[in-house]
Design a protein. Structure first.
Length: 104
């Protein structure tokens, strides 16, 4: 069963920023693009399970703070080693100035 879960208010996340979000035993990374769009991925790097919310967001990439592997947060694609396994992405919607993600 899938559910739309409220993550934060749109004003809680600046452009080119990332926010950690927990739901149950899962962690997600919520990113905001330079144009103000929101994206959601798994919250841990696929290389060594480091929290991506502690990383750097530049343009459409999020960099893992541990070994500097990078991902395209729009697609989850691993772009720079040592990250070589893509992140899972989640659907996002904005409604009434709040950000929601679809969690299955």
């Amino acid at each position: 069963m899938s559910n739309w879960i409220k993550v934060c208010a749109i004003d809680d996340l600046d452009k080119e920023d990332v926010r950690r979000f927990e739901y149950g035993d899962r962690v997600f990374a919520i990113c905001r693009s330079p144009e103000g769009e929101f994206f959601a991925t798994d919250g841990h790097c696929t290389h060594e399970h480091t929290e991506l919310a502690d990383g750097l967001v530049v343009g459409y990439e999020i960099e893992c703070p541990r070994h500097r592997g990078t991902f395209d947060y729009r697609t989850g694609e691993a772009l720079l080693a040592p990250a070589c396994i893509d992140l899972k992405c989640y659907k996002v919607r904005v409604d009434d100035k709040a950000v929601f993600i679809l969690i299955d």
